[in-house]
Write a protein that binds this ligand. Structure first.
Ligand SMILES: NC(=O)c1ccc[n+]([C@@H]2O[C@H](COP(=O)([O-])OP(=O)(O)OC[C@H]3O[C@@H](n4cnc5c(N)ncnc54)[C@H](OP(=O)(O)O)[C@@H]3O)[C@@H](O)[C@H]2O)c1
Length: 272
């Protein structure tokens, strides 16, 4: 029987507090030797995921816009784990095919493999009726939330599809599954992410060991949530760390039963 992941409260109190309520108990080394790329790894859910994956043994590729935030996650990983993280400063709004190609080559050279790709970064954009939605914000949100995940997925598929199980997690939202007024380009971008998940899952079903899912974290205590709901008391919301059991379950086990699934972190019942 393997030792369960047991976060040290003095290193990472939020993870230690959340782990007691997890619906799945990951093994301490469940991601040992794996390489996981997390977008938006400098803050919020992405930062929690990057640190958690490193604690579970993964080498994490930390992609994000703000170098300072990425460096703080990188430093924490260096101090508290024996894994080998790397920082990729990148504004996803400006991502082009040649950037993804260079990223592919760098991951291949440094790690020789990619086991998980978590599309987590997103922009909220404007909370405005479609009638008044600024066109430039629309373009920006769709580039970051939808086009960049497409480009990254397409360019990194050869590394994920290299004869070992792998996981692609697209981050969705409640407003990408049921329409809600005033959520504008953000909601549309998440509907598109659900579509991308479904099409890709269907394409890979018979031909690949990649498990593709969409994951809605649900209301979570982060800066984005505070921006969308400024009057809400953040203490009433789960922390990002509360959802790490579901992320680790998908990344560590690559369960075929989850392929194509639309998962919700807040009401996930645990492994079937
Ligand atoms: N929190 C919730 O209640 C909630 C609910 C449903 C879905 N979600 C989804 O969960 C995911 C994580 O959200 P969060 O709440 O953790 O948000 P967050 O705290 O605002 O973090 C978003 C991350 O995305 C990065 N990002 C934004 N624009 C970028 C760009 N152009 N290029 C590169 N990185 C960029 C940010 O980087 P910088 O820090 O460098 O700006 C940041 O690290 C998102 O996909 C969101 O839609 C969240």
């Amino acid at each position: 029987m393997s030792t369960p992941l047991n976060p040290d409260p003095s290193n990472y109190p939020e993870l230690a507090a959340a782990a007691g309520q997890w619906r799945y108990q990951p093994a301490a080394n469940c991601l040992a030797g794996r390489t996981i790329l997390v977008t938006g790894a400098g803050e919020g859910i992405g930062a929690a995921l990057a640190r958690t994956c490193a604690l579970a043994g993964a080498n994490v590729v930390l992609l994000g816009r703000n170098r300072g935030k990425l460096e703080s996650v990188f430093d924490w990983i260096g101090e508290h784990t024996h894994t080998s993280a790397v920082i990729v400063p990148c504004d996803l709004e400006a991502l082009r095919e040649e950037n993804v190609s260079a990223l592919h080559d760098a991951i291949a050279e440094n790690y020789g493999r990619l086991d998980g790709l978590v599309h987590n970064a997103s922009l909220l954009g404007a909370m405005t009726p479609i009638e008044f939605y600024p066109a430039n914000t629309w373009e920006q949100v769709l580039r970051v939330n939808t086009t960049a995940p497409f480009l990254l997925t397409r360019g990194l598929l050869p590394l994920l599809n290299a004869g070992h199980p792998a996981s692609i997690i697209f981050t969705s939202s409640g407003v990408g599954r049921a329409a809600r007024a005033f959520w504008g380009a953000y909601a549309v971008s998440k509907y598109a992410i659900e579509g991308l998940t479904a099409v890709l899952a269907d394409e890979l079903r018979q031909t690949s060991q990649i498990v593709v899912t969409s994951l809605n974290p649900g209301g979570t205590r982060t800066a984005m949530r505070a921006k969308a709901y400024p009057a809400e008391n953040p203490a009433t919301l789960p922390t990002p760390e509360a959802h790490m059991d579901l992320y680790l379950y998908l990344l560590a086990n690559t369960p075929r039963s989850a392929h194509g699934a639309r998962l919700s972190a807040r009401d996930w019942p645990g492994p079937a």
